[in-house]
Each structure stands twice: as structure tokens, then as C-alpha cells.
Design a protein around this ligand. Structure first.
Ligand SMILES: Cc1cc2nc3c(=O)[nH]c(=O)nc-3n(C[C@H](O)[C@H](O)[C@H](O)COP(=O)(O)OP(=O)(O)OC[C@H]3O[C@@H](n4cnc5c(N)ncnc54)[C@H](O)[C@@H]3O)c2cc1C
Length: 330
């Protein structure tokens, strides 16, 4: 039985259209790399999902100062990154198609976990204001460890050292914001530009072509403005982002059909205040080992932050879930 706090399944995977509903533009993860990630291409193949290489042909734009923008000609770079047709949410939808709907409870937020003689009892706050209790032999938890430690009660309490360990594991990309500008057509390609850009000025620091194979054109970017400075400044950020795209890619960029902004740090089902700090490295908690004491037989961590080798990536979420399910079955 899946208990998901949000009304939406997918977590950090979120693909939107110009109107803010479901669409092809990824506000969370976009890429996977078959050269070093075995599970993602295998899952894509197994689910019969189409994937396509990230567009990269053309020059890269580098903004050093607001008055200094350099265009770097380069050969077509190919880092082997692949995107999912329809957005990464297509992966979630294909996975869900195989799960009986009555096994997936959305709007069900776990508030407390309690050890029982038979396993674990979960207190659940439902979207309609009701509360309910769910008993299980074992719980696999895909919440990022620091969110789990900060937002869920434990009875008996977790050992303080375990709690501190979990809080110390950064939630991958939880402190970032992603911006997408949707256009009628990928006009930058006419000028030989790839749509890729880097900037020391901001607010956008890393920009990519987010167009898809069906002619839907967009530029996507990571916002460099620190998390604390973004709060309550959505409109200023959108305006500054569009103005920056026009500096880098020309006047056509000043007229997007739509702009999308997702600030993950403002999402309480992903980020905590700890995530206001910049990330330094991919998480490598390797925490599929259960917490000690009474919890050992009852609780398994199965989200990407717990993966041994691909922590932080979608590949890591698959890796950690695989390990957790194997441990639960054993
Ligand atoms: C902007 C951004 C860009 C990224 N780019 C890439 C990329 O290009 N490639 C890549 O591989 N990865 C990328 N990632 C990382 C990728 O999104 C994650 O590795 C992956 O989606 C994590 O999946 P997960 O299931 O471990 O965790 P999550 O997706 O965070 O799932 C945890 C779930 O727990 C739910 N939840 C929270 N609290 C409760 C509660 N109390 N009770 C019940 N449910 C709860 C949440 O709603 C969520 O659905 C990116 C992430 C972001 C934010």
C-alpha cells in the first residue's frame, strides 16, 4: 500500500505544460545517462517509453557580466544524456498503470511511526482532515532522510545519532528552483545557438534547450539566486529571467508564450530549512541499512538519498528502492 502525502504521485518528478497542468516540460529531473546508469534505460525499455537525446548542436552562450556575452562555437557535444518523451512524469504514469488504484492513497501524509509487536503502525493525516492508522509488517520510506527526521514522529524515538545522521544528508536539489520559458518555436537554432548557456550574472546560471521531438519549444534553466532571496519574489524572478534570456538569445526570447517556475525549497514535501544551504556533493548515505534497535526490522529507507552508488539521481531512487524491497522480502 502506497501512502503519498501529495495529491500528485511523482515527488520531485514533475512535468508541466504552458498552462501549469501536466505537460512535457520538466520542473524536476530531465536527464538520465545510459552510459553509467543501468536501471533507467532498462526501465524505459521495459515500460515501452520513448526517450530521445538532449539537443546540444550549436554554440554555447557565456555571460560573464551584464555587458559581456561570448558565443563559443563547439562541436556537437554529446554527454549521452537522454530525456523522456512527454517529460519524466511519463515514467511515473507508466509505472502507476501497473498498480491497482486502491493500493495508492494520495493525500495521505504519514505523521508518526510507532513500533508494534507485529511491525509498525503509521498515523496518517488525510487530505479531508481525517486521520487514520495503518499497520504493516515493515515500512519502506522514500522520504529524504532529513525530511523524515524533521517531519515524522517516532515512538520509540530514533537514537539521537541516527537522527543527526539523517538530518546531515542533503536532499538532492531540494534547494534549487527551475525556470522554463516556452516559445512558439526554437528560434535560437536559426542563429546557430544550442540554447545552452552559462552565466555569472544570473538569475539563471545554467540554461538548456528543453524542446521536445514534437516541436514544442522551450528553454529551461537552474536559478542561481540563493534560496532565502527568492522567497516572495516570484514575479521579479520571472521578469529578470526573461530579460536575461533576451540578453543571451536575442529579442525573440523576450516574448515567451508561457513561463513556469518551480521553487523546490518552498515545497514542504521535499525541502526543509536545512536545504536553504547550497549542495556540495551528491548524497551517498548508503542508508539502506536499517536504523538500529527496534526499528531495524520495521523501517527501511528506499529513496534516492539512500542509494549506495547513484545517490541523488532517479537511478539512485531505483537502486535504493530495489535494495529496500529485497531487504523487506528477506
Ligand atoms: C530541480 C531538480 C532537477 C533534477 N534533475 C535531475 C536529473 O536531471 N536527473 C536525475 O536523475 N535526477 C534529477 N533530480 C533528482 C531526482 O528528482 C530525484 O533523485 C528523484 O526524483 C528522487 O525520488 P525519490 O522517490 O527518492 O524521492 P521523492 O521524489 O522526493 O519522493 C518522496 C515522496 O515522499 C512524499 N512525502 C513527503 N513527506 C511525506 C509524508 N510525511 N507522508 C507521505 N508521503 C510523503 C513526497 O510527496 C514525495 O512524493 C532533480 C531534482 C530536482 C528537484
Amino acid at each position: 500500500m502506497v501512502q503519498e502525502a501529495s495529491p500528485r504521485i511523482g515527488g520531485r518528478i514533475l512535468s508541466l505544460g504552458p498552462d501549469g497542468g501536466r505537460g512535457p516540460f520538466d520542473m524536476g529531473p530531465s536527464w538520465y545517462w545510459p552510459a553509467f546508469q543501468p536501471r533507467m534505460p532498462e526501465l524505459v525499455r521495459e515500460l515501452g517509453i520513448r526517450a530521445f537525446p538532449q539537443a546540444g548542436a550549436g554554440a554555447l552562450v557565456w555571460e560573464e557580466t551584464p555587458a559581456e556575452c561570448t558565443v563559443f562555437e563547439r562541436g556537437a557535444p554529446d554527454d549521452g544524456s537522454m530525456r523522456i518523451d512527454g517529460g519524466a512524469a511519463a515514467l511515473v504514469e507508466a509505472l502507476l498503470a501497473d498498480v491497482p488504484p486502491e493500493r495508492v492513497m494520495t493525500g495521505h501524509r504519514i505523521t508518526d511511526l510507532r513500533c508494534t509487536p507485529g511491525g509498525v503502525s503509521m498515523e496518517v493525516a488525510c487530505a479531508d482532515g481525517a486521520t487514520t492508522t495503518l499497520d504493516a509488517r515493515v515500512a519502506i520510506c522514500t522520504l529524504p532522510p532529513r525530511l523524515l527526521a524533521r517531519s515524522v514522529g517516532f515512538d520509540p524515538p530514533l537514537p539521537e545519532s541516527v537522527r543527526a545522521d539523517w538530518i546531515g544528508v542533503p536532499t538532492w536539489m531540494a534547494g534549487t528552483a527551475k525556470f522554463v520559458a516556452v516559445y512558439e518555436r526554437p528560434f535560437w537554432r536559426d542563429a546557430g545557438l544550442s540554447g545552452e548557456g552559462r552565466s555569472r550574472v544570473g538569475p539563471l546560471v545554467e540554461i538548456h534547450d528543453a524542446s521536445d521531438p514534437h516541436g514544442r519549444a522551450a528553454l529551461t534553466a537552474f536559478v542561481g539566486t540563493p534560496a532565502h532571496a527568492r522567497s516572495g519574489a516570484d514575479q521579479q524572478l520571472r521578469d529578470a529571467a526573461v530579460a536575461q534570456l533576451a540578453r543571451l538569445f536575442g529579442d525573440d526570447a523576450a516574448h515567451p508564450v508561457a513561463c513556469l517556475l518551480k521553487d523546490w525549497v518552498a515545497d514542504p514535501l521535499v525541502a526543509t530549512d536545512d536545504d536553504m544551504q547550497p549542495l556540495r556533493a551528491h548524497p551517498s548515505y548508503g542508508g539502506e541499512a536499517p536504523p538500529p534497535g527496534e526499528w531495524a526490522e520495521r523501517l527501511l529507507l528506499g529513496g534516492t538519498e539512500s542509494a549506495r552508488t547513484h545517490g541523488g539521481y532517479m537511478e539512485g531512487a531505483l537502486e535504493a528502492a530495489e535494495a529496500a524491497v529485497a531487504a523487506a522480502l528477506a
